[in-house]
Design a protein around this ligand. Structure first.
Ligand SMILES: [Zn+2]
Length: 92
């Protein structure tokens, strides 16, 4: 799906319509030192390795993508609820 790079949208902070910039949310890099990662590594050690069953046949064929709207006046970012898409392209 194509999406415009800029959308005129209501900003709840400025309480008016402004030309929001659109970007796509990307998950951050995973840190090996995070408590969840360390705990998972500890659980996977030794015999009886895998903690959670790996999905053999995932039910969904697409992933949810989250557009982020940035207000140019107050610089506040708004996440728009995810839409299931194969591909989201930002078009000028
Ligand atoms: Zn604003």
């Amino acid at each position: 799906m194509n999406m415009p790079k800029e959308i005129n949208r209501y900003c709840p902070k400025c309480k008016k319509h402004t030309l929001h910039k659109v970007s796509i949310y990307k998950a951050g890099k995973r840190r090996g030192s995070a408590i969840g990662e360390r705990r998972h590594a500890e659980d996977k050690k030794g015999y009886g390795g895998q903690k959670f069953p790996k999905l053999a046949k995932p039910a969904k064929t697409t992933k949810k993508l989250t557009p982020i709207m940035t207000c140019p006046e107050c610089k506040k970012k708004w996440n728009v609820s995810g839409i299931r898409l194969r591909k989201l392209e930002l078009v000028a």
